[in-house]
Ligand binder design. Structure first.
Ligand code: UT7
Length: 306
């Protein structure tokens, strides 16, 4: 028994904040942000539940399914609408699902963590046949607009995929990791804004993602040459370039959206996945590597045969 991705959907709020807009608000400029992060603009003004509902509905549409076809909802987010209930409950109601639903918080690695959790449940006797795996974050609501170290980086967005038991598609390997000792380099207290030691996160992220991809490829018995498509967490284009250089994966295999979305946390991998689908590279049999990292620190890599 295997699992394929039967449909992909995304959501970005309509309001766009450009680097030029940011330069009016703080001491920064378009050239610096593009060179240091690879970002030109980002969408803001989203609500985690609303974006999750739209992305989920779009994924159902792309899979040609109805809410009744879904047996489980997994939402990854670190910006829930409320402390409780989980925002998965709001998305559940908004889409009109009739199944179990729960939240995962693994920050920017959430979507990949959610994928592995869902996959494991699908393997259980009587487990779900189809899971809606949604990643949605509205980090613009948590940004300190006086802090140029974070405000230039984050945006809002959501992405979702329908995971379906099918003979086509396979999870060849995965690698999940965390180091709670690194919580102080990226965190957000209740009622406060995001605090980030950017340079330190950058360094740790490159190391963690490189090691995680190498470990997952080893488990799968694959080499970088076997990989067709790479979907990396869209935190900073320079991190993507550094990881590619260290894993000997050509940048041409990556599919990126960061330029116009910024860092949308757990939503970046499904947003990049939709971009890869639009680019026509997600064909059955292709080997796709997805890897995310974020606060915790957490990191997660999936090696999937499409
Ligand atoms: O998804 C969650 C994980 N988060 C991340 O992955 C973020 C990882 N970190 C980063 O992406 C980068 O560290 C940033 C984009 C946040 C910052 O880039 P950096 O190249 O690490 O810059 P820096 O903090 O080392 O600062 C370099 C210089 C400094 O000036 P001096 O001391 O060299 O004169 C900063 O004051 O750039 C200055 N600077 C800025 N200048 C214009 C820092 N931020 C800005 C800014 N605009 N926004």
């Amino acid at each position: 028994m295997a699992v394929r991705i039967a449909g992909i959907g995304t959501s970005l709020p309509p309001d766009v904040l450009t680097n030029h807009d940011l330069a009016q608000m703080m001491d920064t400029n378009d050239e610096w942000i593009r060179e240091r992060a690879g970002i030109t603009s980002r969408h803001i003004g989203g609500l985690t539940s609303e974006m999750g509902i739209e992305a989920g509905n779009n994924a159902l549409k792309s899979a040609d399914l109805t809410p009744d076809d879904i047996d489980l909802l997994v939402l990854s987010t670190s910006s829930p609408d409320q402390r409780f209930p989980g925002t998965s409950a709001q998305i559940h109601a908004g889409i009109g699902l009739d199944c179990g639903a729960f939240d995962v918080n693994a920050a920017c690695a959430g979507f990949a963590y959610g994928y592995v959790a869902a996959y494991g449940m699908m393997m259980l006797p009587g487990g779900p046949t189809r899971v809606l795996n949604v990643g949605s974050d509205a980090l613009s609501t948590l940004v300190d607009w006086d802090d140029r170290g974070t405000a230039i980086l984050f945006g809002d967005g959501a992405g979702a995929c329908v995971m379906e038991r099918h003979e086509q598609g396979e999870l060849l390997a995965f690698d999940l990791g965390a180091d709670g000792n690194l919580a102080p380099i990226l965190y957000c207290e209740h009622g406060d804004t995001i605090k980030m030691a950017g340079r330190e996160v950058f360094k740790r992220a490159v190391r963690a993602v490189t090691a995680s991809i190498k470990s997952a490829l080893k488990q799968a018995g694959l080499t970088p040459d076997d990989i067709d498509v790479v979907l990396l967490h869209q935190a900073n284009l320079r991190i993507i370039e550094a990881v590619c250089a260290r894993t000997s994966i050509p940048m041409s295999k990556t599919h990126n959206v960061i330029e116009t979305t910024g860092n949308t946390s757990t939503a970046t991998i499904p947003l990049a996945m939709e971009q890869a689908a639009l680019n026509g590279v997600l064909e059955p049999g292709k080997v796709v590597v997805m890897s995310g990292f974020g606060a915790g620190m957490t990191w997660a890599t999936l090696v999937v045969r499409w």
